[in-house]
Design a protein around this ligand. Structure first.
Ligand code: HEC
Length: 249
């Protein structure tokens, strides 16, 4: 009986430790706790994505119909709430902006965001989206503390408002003193207060994590049934064993 118990324990252990890994970075990142099976958060994040990001960034690996299926939305709901580009429900999340135009406007290509959560990690994304700050020397008037001299404008400024960095000086291991960003101060209020904005970014990051691994949502749902089945099966096996050995003892 022992090996079976070990297998079940391992499965349970695996089940409870499923999470999204974070990418490494030398800048301090704020950590975010996302739940990949929180469909309501994914849906709110999807709405932010199509309204604020899809003008420039595509998510070519994702079809609207897939979102409809995963989030239990009807085709009409998807058409009304998520499609802003005139695409059909069966099509993928493309953008109208041509690559040459993007290069001319932003000085760089605009990356597809399908697997960005896997490339950068969710903590990095969460920090990035909350770390645009005013910098008049930059073409868009903003910079970013985790993406130096970023080519992307702060497209969410009307939600977040505008912030300036609070600097501190620090001494590294070699004894060199330099300046770094300790935090931010809001100088212009946005439509959301800080905790509302953080919550919105958590939703957006949840959506980006889902984009990178849509099948994880199904695996998470399926996993519960598999465990339930295995537990039921285990009980059956124990009963069967008892039945077989009853007359022999
Ligand atoms: C006006 C066009 C535009 C919009 C709208 C926009 N971005 Fe960007 N974004 C860019 C450009 C250009 C870059 C490349 C920056 C660079 O390489 O310097 C970029 C870079 C990024 C990166 C970093 C990619 C990497 O290389 O690691 C992320 C993440 C990102 N954008 C997320 C978003 C999200 C989320 C939204 C919606 C809230 C959004 N962007 C909206 C233009 C845009």
């Amino acid at each position: 009986m022992k090996p079976l118990f070990i297998v079940i324990c391992l499965l349970l252990f695996g089940f409870f430790t499923i999470n999204v890994s974070a990418g490494g970075s030398d800048v301090m990142l704020d950590s975010v706790d996302i739940q990949l099976d929180d469909r309501a958060a994914i849906k709110r994040g999807a709405k932010l994505f199509v309204n604020y990001c899809l003008n420039c960034h595509s998510a070519n690996f994702m079809r609207y119909s897939r979102i409809a299926q995963d989030l239990d939305m009807s085709s009409d709901e998807v058409r009304n709430q998520l499609i802003t580009t005139g695409a059909k429900v069966g099509e993928s999340m493309n953008v109208a902006i041509a690559e040459e135009d993007a290069k001319r406007w932003f000085g760089t290509a605009v990356p597809d965001l399908s697997v960005i959560a896997r490339a950068r990690g969710v903590d990095w994304l969460y920090t990035y989206l909350r770390s645009f700050y005013r910098d008049d020397s930059r073409p868009w008037g903003v910079n970013n503390s985790v993406f130096k001299d970023v080519g992307m404008p702060h497209v969410l400024w009307e939600l977040q408002g505008l912030q300036v960095p609070i600097m501190e000086s620090y001494t590294d291991e070699q004894g060199n003193t330099s300046e770094r960003i300790r935090g931010f101060k809001l100088i212009e209020k946005g439509m959301l207060n800080t905790s509302e904005y953080d919550a919105a970014m958590r939703d957006l990051v949840t959506f980006l994590a889902y984009l990178g691994e849509p099948s994880k949502l199904q695996r998470l749902a399926l996993g519960k049934w598999v465990l339930l089945f295995l537990t039921g099966f285990l009980i059956l096996v124990i009963l069967l064993k008892k039945e077989y050995w009853r007359d022999i003892h």
